[in-house]
Design a protein. Structure first.
Ligand SMILES: *[C@@H]1O[C@H](CO)[C@@H](O)[C@H](O)[C@H]1NC(C)=O
Ligand SMILES: *[C@@H]1O[C@H](CO)[C@@H](O)[C@H](O)[C@H]1NC(C)=O
Length: 239
């Protein structure tokens, strides 16, 4: 093989892998459908994605940028007021005053999380609902593809039963946010949290399928095959 044809071969195989990766990426973009079924308005937050006001019954459909969004978070902000430039404040879940979220919100808020392992051997999506950042709005997170319609719900009345010391207007703090210690934040030399701890039990009893603390049981995470589409419902039916 002379040098020229070797070079051509080298570049064409680079091009081949480049095109292949583009193709894989476009195949694996996930669509998200966020629907507000609450009687009140929420300002949906998605990182990546931004944010959008959703009145009762409204939906926001977007897809992830597969070259960038291997992980993401979705939550609801309540009682927001923004000016024309998209600056303002929300009662909870606030994104540093911005209408379009680029980083995490101000606690407490119920959190839907996902992590896609697109180019790994198993090609799996992992997703969960967490109350490790507290709770504000009941949520459902589910796959909506024909081969994966697994569903997680967190619909218990956590705000209603929230212990006084964790209360926040429109929400309920996780004890880690309030007490900031190893016991509630699962920190320390050998990080662990005690599942029988009363606050964790409180969250687990009302939302059994959600992560109630950082190192909660892995059974709280569901998997779907790469390429699955997802739906998030704020205030879903409780059954
Ligand atoms: C999003 O979900 C809502 C509620 O289930 C549904 O009515 C709507 O058709 C969905 N939108 C899209 C574009 O799939
Ligand atoms: C919306 O909430 C009502 C009850 O408030 C419930 O009957 C309905 O099933 C919910 N819709 C969805 C899409 O969860």
């Amino acid at each position: 093989m002379n040098l020229i044809s070797f070079k051509n071969l080298y570049f064409s195989s680079l091009l081949y892998y480049y095109l292949l990766s583009l193709q894989l990426a476009s195949v694996h973009a996930a669509n998200f459908n966020l629907t507000n079924n609450c009687s009140y308005t929420v300002w949906a937050a998605a990182v990546p994605g931004g944010g959008r006001e959703l009145k009762h019954g409204q939906e926001w459909v977007f897809n992830t940028d597969p070259n960038f969004a291997d992980r993401g978070q979705i939550w609801a902000r309540t009682n927001c007021k923004f000016d024309k430039n998209g600056n303002g404040k929300c009662e909870n879940g606030d994104c540093n005053g911005a209408e379009l979220c680029v980083s995490e919100g101000t606690r407490p808020y119920t959190l839907a999380e996902y992590s896609f392992e697109r180019n790994q051997i198993n090609n799996l999506d992992f997703f969960d609902i967490s109350v490790a950042s507290g709770f504000n709005v009941p949520m459902e997170f589910r796959g909506t593809s024909s081969d994966c319609s697994k569903v997680i719900k967190c619909v218990g009345d956590i705000n209603g039963f929230c212990p006084t010391e964790l209360r926040h207007s429109g929400g309920c703090y996780h004890p880690c946010t309030i007490f900031k210690n190893n016991q509630f934040c699962c920190l320390g030399v050998i990080p662990r949290c005690d599942p029988s701890e009363a606050y964790f039990k409180f969250f687990k009893d009302l939302c059994p399928n959600a992560y109630s603390y950082t190192l909660d049981d892995v059974t709280s995470t569901l998997t779907c095959p790469t390429g699955t589409d997802y739906k998030v419902v704020f205030c879903p039916s409780s059954t």
